[in-house]
Design a protein around this ligand. Structure first.
Ligand SMILES: O=C(O)CCC(=O)C(=O)O
Length: 276
């Protein structure tokens, strides 16, 4: 074990399916990442919007470094053991005073990954709180198995299909309030969602979704993943390299291909499809 978490923190993740907050970056380092992101968005708007908010760590070195940040990998090692990969990432951005929300869902539902016991690290590049739509989670729901999801395709829902679970015990929800540079960690079956951003500033989270053990298989398509820590032997995933530089053509072509495959996985069997 990496040994950065206390036995109590490991036990609380096992009990609740979430762990928050964990300090990863300083406030200044998070601010630098936010500026790097906003500079990249200004230079490559099409490559970092809509469905292209998936897997930006494959084309931007600063997000690659965040994905492989030693503190995050240490936490993940304490939660799932020494050998693991990165399946994907998502930039969850809510603009100031915007209606975008995330319905109650479990990440594992449409990802095609089995077993569905990965860990997501959600890193705050801005504050994330009740006024700007922080994540809320229902502790312990990772133990229930996958619930039925209903596709709602709400234009304001930031999830692909607007998938939602009915009858969630929202009275048990906990809000994951983070300062810039802090991260939360959640299990791929923990029920969670988030409200719109009612504040005057953007809320930016970078989610590594998720770190998976090497026994995890992609059941719906070719599975792509990146080495994160330890051994990769026994993995059935196609291992992909880390980016060579900022928006390098070869990296963009790889990311675009992976995003096409990933989108087919996320929309498998859906009645509609949108650029998300
Ligand atoms: O950023 C949000 O509000 C929700 C993110 C989310 O659903 C996730 O990281 O799994």
């Amino acid at each position: 074990m990496a040994g950065v978490l206390t036995p109590e923190q490991v036990a609380s993740y096992a009990r609740d399916g979430l762990l928050s907050p964990v300090d990863v970056l300083s406030v200044d380092q998070a601010e630098t990442c936010r500026r790097q992101l906003e500079s990249a968005e200004a230079r490559w708007p099409d490559s970092l919007s809509g469905a292209n908010r998936n897997n930006a760590h494959l084309v931007l070195p600063f997000l690659d470094q965040l994905t492989h940040h030693p503190t995050i990998l240490d936490v993940v090692e304490d939660l799932i053991g020494p050998d693991f990969l990165v399946a994907a990432s998502v930039l969850f951005i809510k603009d100031a005073r915007s209606e975008g929300f995330i319905s109650w869902h479990q990440d594992g539902t449409y990802m095609g990954l089995e077993p569905d016991d990965g860990v997501t690290a959600w890193i705050a590049l801005t504050p994330s709180n009740r006024s700007n739509g922080c994540m809320s989670m229902i502790p312990g729901t990772h133990k229930d198995g996958l619930h039925e999801h209903h596709d709602q395709f709400d234009p304001n829902n930031l999830l692909t299909r607007g998938q939602a679970i009915n009858d969630v015990a929202t009275d048990r929800a906990v809000d994951l309030i983070l300062e810039p540079g802090q991260a939360s960690f959640h299990h791929s079956r923990t029920i969670h969602g988030s409200q719109p951003n009612r504040s005057d500033a953007r809320r930016i989270g970078f989610a590594v979704q998720n770190y998976i053990r090497t026994n995890v298989r992609q059941t719906k398509a070719v599975g792509y993943a990146q080495h994160a820590r330890g051994q990769t032997s026994g993995s059935t995933m196609t291992l992909i390299p880390r980016p060579q530089g900022e928006m390098e053509p070869e990296d963009i072509a790889r990311r675009d291909n992976i995003n096409r495959v990933w989108s087919d996985v996320l929309y498998a069997g859906a009645a509609q499809r949108r650029n998300y």
